[in-house]
Design a binder for this molecule. Structure first.
Ligand code: SAH
Length: 240
């Protein structure tokens, strides 16, 4: 990724260097402009939501932290003696993680990795990088390659159907919408605009259905506080 098009990475680098950052703005055609508070990307263990704390406690073996950002989860795991590798496509985030002491950091696209891991972590809706439901089968074929035998993927996601709920609790989706969790975002930090990207919020039932079609099992481990959940995905060995 071009550092001139890396708003989140720049925000992370600024925050690391100076202890503060400007506004990391998020635009989506369907929503009002929003903001990601940059300091939350630097949360420590106590500041993490329970679903994330729970996920960190379930990690075992060689672990991959996907879209690791500032490295907040990798740092906790590293301190616990876990063999963890952080991967991120953002060069500025990767540089910051190295400065913060994350030992194993890869500047790469998750979909280009080919080494097996026992645990793959995708936190803060990390499974969102799949982008669309249509890309899910490719994602599971990739897991076939990089999930070690007996391995697990731990991810959290949100069911954003509540966004479409009216006062009476009826849910109505826009007619031209394929799946309500498929969004398109652009981010901006200072004068740095990122490229638009697809981001997926997948509800637990849809995730379980597509996983089953692709030879995987989804267990919902915990429910979060805001329509979110933590899931554990493993290969369905009875299928093979
Ligand atoms: N997991 C971190 C950061 C979440 S933000 C946390 O919980 O705080 C999502 C991160 O995913 C960003 O740092 C972004 O650069 C990274 N990312 C997006 N697409 C990616 C891909 N295809 N491969 C690797 N990292 C990716």
């Amino acid at each position: 990724m071009d550092i001139k098009k890396d708003p989140m990475g720049r925000a992370i680098a600024d925050y690391h260097r100076t202890g503060k950052a400007g506004r990391l703005r998020v635009f989506s055609p369907m929503f009002e402009e929003d903001e990601i508070p940059v300091q939350t990307l630097f949360r420590n263990y106590q500041e993490m939501p329970e679903t994330e704390q729970k996920a960190l406690g379930m990690v075992n073996g060689k672990t991959l932290d996907v879209g690791a950002g500032s490295g907040c989860h990798s740092l906790v795991l590293q301190q616990r003696g876990v063999d963890v590798t952080a991967v991120d496509i953002s060069p500025l985030s990767v540089e910051t993680m190295r400065k913060r002491g994350v030992k194993n950091v890869l500047e790469q696209d998750f979909f280009a990795l080919d080494e097996p891991y026992d645990t793959i972590l995708m936190l803060m809706n990390g499974i969102g990088i799949v982008g669309t439901l249509e890309r899910m089968p490719d994602f599971f074929r990739h897991l076939d390659r990089i999930l070690a035998p007996g391995g697990q993927l731990l991810c959290d996601s949100s069911d954003i159907s509540y966004v479409f709920e009216d006062e009476d609790g009826n849910i109505e989706y826009p007619e031209d919408m394929a799946y309500y969790g498929e969004l398109n975002y652009t981010m901006q930090y200072k004068n740095i605009m990122g490229a638009a990207f697809d981001w997926l919020y997948v509800d637990a039932d849809t995730l379980a259905r597509i996983a089953a079609e692709n030879g995987y099992i989804v267990e919902v481990i915990a429910e979060g506080e805001h329509y979110d959940y933590l899931a554990r995905i493993t290969k369905n060995i009875e299928n093979n």
